[in-house]
Design a protein around this ligand. Structure first.
Ligand code: 3HC
Length: 704
């Protein structure tokens, strides 16, 4: 990552230019903060230098502290001696010249400078809360002094990246340059204009504008749901509150105390882990990074249902033109209307402008038939989830699509090899499993058939990134990685009912754990008929398939979820609130009695472990069969496909907080009690015996 000297000083006329050069994003890695301090000291004693410009080389100003160093025994300088303090105290004016990102400690450095200028494409922010900490370089004290408590509080608690244009309006940036300006040249010219201005404008000397004393309580209330079980968002609020109540140095001390408490907290460790696995997932160990990627500038979607429409929107949202077809003009129009309605809802909610909606809609072109999509660079099949429906679609696509076009299937479980074999270009075929709603959910599971070429897979991964997704690779196994690892959870949750639990207890446990919704309420939202069809298929294929009589009964009674006003819960007309339903409790009892299963009570912890351990065991089997590259890939899928609470890191990260040995012992005990479905995976047993953590588990070589 680092060059030999990450920070340099050179003189240009009367201006000393300090350049940070620590690729790729100028994080404050080893030697960077020290380098800035050292060069600043030299510039201050050099009589030929009258003002100082601080700038980043490469693609960014400074992206913040080096996250890899957190939670290690890193050395922390006392307040007063840190890089922020020395910049602030410089007797010569220091100008931060910002391009790319000024985030976290990077923005804090800029705030400690006397002036800030930026290119319009730059982004600034204090995203520490997103990794479970709070700004620890004086950001919670300087930002409110600069832009007022309310705006600072919002920025610090959300951690959002603020575009430079907005930062200028807020008062963070003193001068916004035209995008084409030479940043360094402009900064030097600016420095010469202010070279004699005294006193130097030091943010620390300003007083905080507190618009309304109620903002802190209001913020605590507004984040209560999304920040449950987390400390960092509250620490952020507390620190800004301190900025309003205390002198600067005391406020910094308060910030430092809070930072120390949080740096190695379980939530911070989990969030750091999430940050790194989200980047690691892009690396495919057996496909070289320089594998050529096929060019694509447009796409086609076959099937204008809910998934197909959402996929088309994903392309349109990221500027790619997309054509869409369906079997009949009516189905196509229904699909287009759903797309128009979805965008109109976003406009009504204020998350999209009318103009943006029109531009996105203009990129989605409904066309009559296969011949109209023949010249597209890639096509995603999103027809009904049945092999017999999908196979002829692939044969047809093979017939019409231009040579070189890639053929992807949006299936959540079906065998990609069989689809590839319907074509004369099997190497150009892969799975691209989107999650619902496809235009919202971040995960794209790229499924590798044994026929897929490295080029096809690299292109599918890149396609996901181009449309704002996190692409993760899965092997071709029933349910792939995400749904396969989740399936035992889904089975256990209904078996728990047979044993005496109620849907509302299970949902409460999972919401308390951190999921936005409980799994039964999610089932009602998605529609219970979907799982029903795939259970029937699996039961037909596998005589040992564990049936779900309660779930089947509900569907057969017409309780398909919210859309029919009843599912696991009952719903009032026009209201999505789930109400526990005595009728469901009665069905549960009746089915359980019929099966001869005794009813009992469960602690919340027992419910949680039953559900998640079953998936941990299956995920171990997936690794042991080489269907996923790394434990982190599974965790990314759980975070972004299933809404697993990010501050718990992911399925495996969480399981490590319990301990491999304990997980194994429990699973082995349930194996004795419940039989084969709990047979511990070989990998799990090996990990337990060798005392290796889940995160360190090594998957078998990837097997498509
Ligand atoms: N520390 C260590 N490594 C970092 C890093 C950081 N702060 N920021 C980025 N990196 C690494 C990434 O891990 C990645 O490494 P890899 O190539 O080995 O996978 C590489 O830099 C490039 O990062 P991205 O792939 O994320 O590049 P993008 O261009 O997509 O995004 C970014 C750039 C927006 C800067 C994004 O990397 C990011 O959000 N970084 C984190 C920013 C952050 O959280 N800063 C605050 C840190 S905490 C802090 O400053 C505490 C202070 O208050 C004291």
């Amino acid at each position: 990552m680092s060059g030999a000297t990450p920070v340099s000083l050179e003189r240009q006329g009367d201006v000393g230019v300090i350049t940070v050069n620590y690729p790729p994003v100028n994080a404050l890695g080893p030697g960077v903060a020290e380098g800035i301090k050292d060069r600043l000291a030299r510039a201050n004693i050099d009589p030929a230098i009258k003002a100082i410009v601080l700038i980043g080389a490469g693609r960014s100003f400074i992206a913040g502290a080096d996250i890899r160093g957190f939670g290690t025994n890193r050395q922390r300088l006392p307040l007063g001696q840190r890089v922020y303090d020395t910049l602030d105290a410089s007797s010569k004016p220091v100008i931060a010249a910002i391009h790319g990102y000024a985030l976290g400690g990077g923005l804090e450095i800029a705030l400690a400078c006397h002036y800030r200028m930026a290119l319009p494409s730059a982004k600034v922010g204090l995203p520490e809360v997103l990794i479970g900490i709070l700004p620890g370089g004086g950001g919670t004290q300087r930002l409110p002094r600069l832009i007022g408590a309310k705006a600072a509080l919002e920025m610090i608690v959300t951690g959002r990246h603020v575009p430079a244009t907005e930062a200028k309006r807020l008062g963070i940036i003193d001068e916004l340059l035209p995008e084409t300006a030479d940043l360094l040249e402009s900064a030097i010219a600016f420095a010469m204009r202010i070279v004699d201005v005294r006193p130097l404008p030091r943010v620390r000397n300003r007083s905080v504008r507190l618009e309304d004393r109620g903002i802190f309580e209001a913020m605590r209330k507004s984040i209560a749901r999304r920040a449950r079980n987390q400390k960092a968002p509250y620490a952020c609020i507390g620190a800004v509150e301190a900025a309003c109540a205390l002198p600067f140095d005391e406020g910094c001390q308060c910030e430092a105390n809070l930072f120390k408490e949080l740096e190695d907290s379980p939530e911070a460790r989990a969030l750091r882990y999430a940050f790194f696995i989200e980047r690691e997932v892009a690396r495919l160990p057996d496909i070289p990074a320089n594998t050529p990627v096929r060019d694509f500038s447009n796409a086609a979607v076959v099937g204008a249902g809910t998934m197909g429409g959402g996929i088309a929107m994903s392309f349109a949202d990221f500027g790619l033109p997309v054509k869409i077809i369906d079997a009949t003009p009516e189905a196509l129009e229904r699909g287009m209307q759903r797309i128009r309605d979805n965008y109109a809802t976003s406009v009504r909610r204020g998350s999209l402008s009318e103009d943006q909606m029109q531009r996105r809609l203009a990129r989605i072109e409904p066309v009559a038939g296969y011949e109209d999509i023949a010249d597209c660079d890639l096509v995603i099949e999103a027809v009904f989830e049945e092999m017999d429906v999908k196979k002829p679609v692939f044969a047809k696509l093979d017939e019409v699509m231009k040579p070189g076009a890639l053929l992807f299937s949006n299936t959540s479980a079906l065998d990609i090899d069989q689809l590839a074999e319907m074509t004369r270009r099997p190497k150009d075929v892969a799975g691209t499993h989107f999650f619902s709603p496809a235009n919202v959910m971040k995960l794209l599971e790229v499924v590798r058939s044994k026929h897929s070429s490295p080029e096809t897979l690299a292109t599918a991964m890149q396609m996901g990134r181009r449309i704002g997704k996190l692409s993760a690779m899965a092997g071709n196994t029933d349910g792939f990685v995400a749904n396969r690892s989740r399936a035992p959870f889904n089975t256990e949750m209904v078996i728990l009912l047979e044993e005496g639990c109620l849907p509302e207890q299970v949902d409460k446990v999972m919401v308390d754990f951190g999921y936005p919704m409980g799994p039964f309420a999610v089932g009602d939202l998605a529609g219970l008929d979907i799982g029903y069809a795939s259970r029937k298929r699996r039961a037909a294929e596998n005589p040992n398939f564990r049936k779900q009589p309660i779930a089947d009964r509900l569907v057969e009674m017409g309780r398909h979820g919210q859309k029919t006003g009843a599912g696991w819960y009952r719903y009032e007309k026009g209201d999505r609130t789930p109400h526990p339903d005595p009728e469901v409790a009665a069905i549960i009892k009746e089915v359980a009695t019929g099966l001869g299963i005794a009813q009992r009570t469960f602690t919340d912890e027992a419910v949680l472990r039953r559900l998640l351990f079953s998936s941990v065991n299956e995920a171990c089997k997936i690794l042991e069969e080489g269907k996923a590259y790394r434990p982190g890939d599974v965790d990314v899928m759980w975070l972004h496909g299933f809404g697993f609470p990010r501050y718990r890191g992911g399925l495996f990260f969480w399981a490590d907080t319990i301990g491999v040995r304990e997980v194994y012992n429990q699973i082995a005990a349930w194996h004795q009690q419940y039989g084969d479905r709990w047979a511990p995976s070989r990998l799990l047993r090996d990990l337990a015996e060798s005392g290796t953590s889940f995160r360190e588990a090594r998957a078998a070589p990837f097997a498509a």
